[in-house]
Design a protein. Sequence first.
Length: 119
Amino acid sequence: QTKNDQLIEAVSLLQTDYLQGLSRLEETINASDVYTYLKSLEKNGKLNFINQFKNELEKEKSSNGSRILKKAKYKIGIIADEFLFNSFKDTADITFISSDAEIEKLSFDFVIVATTWRG
């Protein structure tokens, strides 16, 4: 059935059963959108991307492509929000210092105190 035939059928249904006609009209419109999307994806999409680079992706990487980051050999305490702590935690031996920590009993090479605010 052509799109025109489907639309004529949906309009005809609207006259006899309004809700079923609306449903058919919606199906016809959405089917067209899906068809158009799939055709566009087939033409422009990179559907074979993974297969094209499969061998390269399976190789073991010792770097992220830019450089290998070695952890600094410092023992660092950090008073900051969770986001900043998580950003730095793999760069050195970093310990999150909570507000109830007994700082006198902790030993660090240095401490980072960072405040953040919205704005």
